[in-house]
Design a protein around this ligand. Structure first.
Ligand code: CP
Length: 331
């Protein structure tokens, strides 16, 4: 063995106090000031994206790992691009093709990835609480990109940003959330976020798809589709057939659901805007004539998803309440 080959590199580990961690596991991790700060940061970042060179150097040398154990187009692509636009290194691990296929547990996967010393782990998982497990197993900041039907906090933040850009305010807005609330993490995060910013939420859908007691989250409930007419924003939820247990009849058929609960041009009034987190079941919960119309902000939500996720990553690693990181203005 040569002398050089025998040299052992010292293992340098930061202790926990050297890197205080903040997570975004759910909307309950935020207060109203946090939401205002994140939306303000997203607005600042949005201006930088009008430039020819869109990359900001603020997270150079940082590592962001996207761990996705459930399908995603919007959330995964926007977190990946958000990290790259902030100059961070990125890696993606998906359940299919990873050692999860061989039966490796999420904890062992997290411990394995932790050896690369990631700054942020973004995780989507079908099981409620998976992001908390990763937060306990690693020293990374953890962002929940959707866990079961529990929470999807960055979706709620991008939805608030979209509403505020479109309507100029959040306080006092009336939002009707329509459809499959029972299986929706998007709805749970959005109800909490709208309540925090002083907006009013009405859930509208068939009784089988509205969880009992959900009014305790601070929203109203209606089983009359006509009640969406009173809202400023009609927020349509996807029918989540993959989360509906086989044999359980939540609705007689998708055709009847579309007829009774689908958001059609005739069910909207002038001046309303329509949103949907995607992916859509066209012709089921939303009529294509609505999805493709001028009142639809569905594409805008995707565009704003990028700047809001950039704001979340920046806030965790360089901004935050103390704002003592690299300022965005230097970019
Ligand atoms: N809204 C949303 O989470 O979309 P994806 O499943 O495509 O990420």
């Amino acid at each position: 063995m040569t002398e050089a080959a025998s040299v052992r590199l010292p293992v340098v580990r930061q202790d926990d106090d050297a890197r205080p961690r903040r997570h975004l596991l759910g909307i309950s991790d935020l207060d109203r000031d946090d939401i205002e700060r994140l939306l303000g940061t997203a607005a600042t970042i949005s201006r930088s994206l009008d430039r020819e060179v869109k990359k900001l150097p603020v997270l150079r040398g940082r590592l962001i790992i996207n761990v996705f154990y459930e399908s995603s187009t919007r959330t995964l692509s926007s977190f990946d691009l958000a990290a790259k636009r902030l100059s961070a290194d990125t890696m993606a691990v998906r359940s299919s093709g990873s050692s999860a296929d061989k039966g490796e547990s999420l904890k062992d996967t997290a411990l394995t990835l932790a050896e690369y010393d990631p700054d942020v782990i973004v995780i989507r998982h079908p099981h409620i609480g998976a992001p908390d497990l990763v937060a306990r197993a690693t020293r990374a900041h953890v962002v929940n990109a959707g866990d079961g039907k529990h929470q999807h906090p960055t979706q709620a933040l991008l939805d608030l940003y979209t509403m505020r850009e479109a309507l100029g305010r959040l306080e006092g807005l009336h939002v009707a959330i329509v459809g499959d609330v029972l299986h929706s993490r998007v709805a749970r995060s959005l109800i909490e976020a709208l309540t925090l910013v002083g907006a009013r939420t009405t859930l509208v859908g068939p009784p089988t798809l509205i969880p009992r007691g959900i009014e305790q989250m601070g929203c109203e409930v209606s089983t009359a589709i006509g009640d969406i007419e009173a809202a400023d924003v009609v927020y349509v939820l996807r029918m989540q057939q993959e989360r509906m247990s086989a044999g359980a009849a939540y609705v007689p058929s998708l055709r009847e659901y579309a007829a009774e609960w689908g958001v059609t041009p005739g069910r909207l009034r002038p001046g309303q805007i329509v949103m949907h987190p995607g992916p859509m079941n066209r012709g089921v919960e939303i009529d294509p004539r609505v999805a493709d119309s001028d009142v639809s902000l569905i594409s805008t939500q995707v565009r704003f998803g990028l700047v809001v996720r950039m704001a979340v990553l920046y806030d965790l690693l360089a901004g935050g309440p103390t704002g003592d990181g690299l300022p965005l203005e230097v970019a």
